[in-house]
Design a protein around this ligand. Structure first.
Ligand SMILES: [Zn+2]
Length: 104
């Protein structure tokens, strides 16, 4: 795998977890972890840690394939996320911005 290609993949994401709230009950919070850990822990809700947009997780299916990673579901997110593949390819000096449809 070329270095440039590796750098445009997301190897970390945020996963939604629950924690006990002071005063009782639970509250959701987002935790950053590696995509490999998220897959192993069977987390179900993910988002990009940089733009909070939806991401899809990819497992490694064969030896020598790309490591487990995440990709933006929305191309628009990828075009304006600082970690986005399209953002990094863009040569127009654009400013990053959060997802238009962030996951809460
Ligand atoms: Zn992003």
């Amino acid at each position: 795998m070329a270095t440039a290609e590796r750098e445009t993949k997301l190897y970390e994401c945020e996963v939604k977890r629950r924690r006990v709230k002071s005063g009782g009950g639970y509250e959701p919070f987002w935790k950053t972890k590696t995509v490999a850990d998220a897959l192993m822990d069977a987390d179900t809700e993910f988002r990009c840690k940089d733009c909070y947009g939806e991401v899809k997780l990819f497992k490694t299916h064969k030896a020598g394939g790309p490591a487990p990673h995440a990709e933006h579901k929305s191309r628009q997110d990828s075009e304006y996320c600082p970690s986005g593949m399209y953002f990094r390819k863009a040569a127009d000096g654009r400013e990053p911005r959060p997802s238009a449809h962030p996951v809460h």
